[in-house]
Design a protein around this ligand. Structure first.
Ligand code: GTP
Ligand code: MG
Length: 304
């Protein structure tokens, strides 16, 4: 498996970009099935997530990363270390931009960071969301992004519709070095299925809850078992930071928790390919973002 085949290409491809650029949408699109949580709110991803694509010609290991955060607690310090690590430890960096918008301060900061750390690592500018603007706007924004990353090749895609993905894969293969298969050909990620389920529940919370509430949430899968009737039984706990948030997550007559459950169930079914019974509980866990033992339990600390 790991012996070198002549002409075979492989490598780690880090997907970096500001919050909401579409990194996780692209990761799921590349794999053809959801492994990463997606929501319309920024700062959805907290952990690195692999999407391993193996063909007869190449093994491409895409690494979805969190957008950089303000380092205000132990959790955000971990999140930033995940993003930084991905910049240093890659064979190719995909700088994902929302090309329906002009670059902003976050893009500028990240482009500067990429250029500071990458040195020998090639950078590919990926202009995402090309379904959201007309061709003149896209061309104008492309020029602005190219100014931020002089010399980088650029491709235009829509992670949402799939437009340009084949071309992106072709260019990525071109830019990768020859190398071995690092993973067995049938492995598509490193994340445990139960952790993917927890991320889907958290993404549903981000989509459905307002203000700061979804950012106060952590999700842990407590049980993930296949029942005899072929149904996957998933039991998960949603942790909140404050008592008032518990009532909000549950909602009137349990309405909100039901909506979160139905949205997450659809995503877990797509990810697992199985029918799912999802059982959710809400618990208070004060200041969990600074609790090293709890963060470790959730895989949100460096030594996990
Ligand atoms: N129209 C359109 N929407 C997109 C596209 N790619 C992503 N989105 C949407 O953009 C939003 C953010 O997508 P994510 O994939 O969660 O973004 P992210 O970069 O992973 O965000 P963080 O994890 O918060 O850093 C979601 O609402 C997606 O549906 C695209 O190509 N076109
Ligand atoms: Mg993400």
């Amino acid at each position: 498996m790991s012996e070198l085949m002549p002409g075979y290409k492989s490598g780690f491809v880090s997907i970096v970009g500001k919050p909401n650029a579409g990194k996780s949408t692209l990761t799921n699109r590349l794999l053809g099935q959801p492994v990463a949580g997606v929501s319309a709110k920024p700062q959805t991803t907290r952990k690195r997530q692999l999407a391993i694509l193996t063909t007869d010609e190449a093994q491409i290991i895409f690494v979805d990363t969190p957008g950089l955060h303000e380092p205000k607690d132990k959790l955000s310090q971990f999140i930033n270390s995940e993003a930084q690590y991905a910049l240093h430890d890659a064979d190719l960096i995909l700088f994902l931009a929302d090309s329906s918008q002009r670059p902003d301060k976050l893009d500028e900061g990240l482009a500067a960071l990429v250029q500071e750390v990458q040195r020998d690592i090639p950078v590919l500018l990926v202009l995402n969301k090309n379904d959201l603007a007309d061709s003149r706007t896209l061309a104008a924004n492309k020029a602005l992004f190219e100014n931020l990353l002089p010399g980088a090749r650029a491709v235009s895609i829509s992670a949402q519709t799939g437009n340009g993905i084949e071309n992106l894969l072709r260019v990525v293969r071109e830019l990768l070095p020859e190398g071995p298969q690092y993973y067995p050909p049938d492995q598509i990620t490193e994340t445990f299925e139960r952790d993917i389920a927890a991320e889907m529940v958290r993404a549903a919370c981000l989509t459905l809850l307002e203000d700061e509430v979804p950012y106060s949430i952590a999700v842990r899968t407590d049980e993930y078992t296949e029942r005899e009737n072929g149904v996957l039984y998933v039991k998960a706990t949603i942790f909140v930071e404050r008592d008032a948030q518990k009532a909000i997550v549950i909602g009137r007559n349990g309405d909100m928790i039901k909506r979160i459950g139905s949205a997450a169930r659809v995503d877990i079914e797509a990810a697992s390919g199985q029918k799912v019974f999802l059982d959710l509980t809400v618990k208070l866990r004060k200041d969990w973002k600074n609790d090293p033992a709890f963060l470790k339990e959730l895989g949100l600390s460096q030594k996990s």
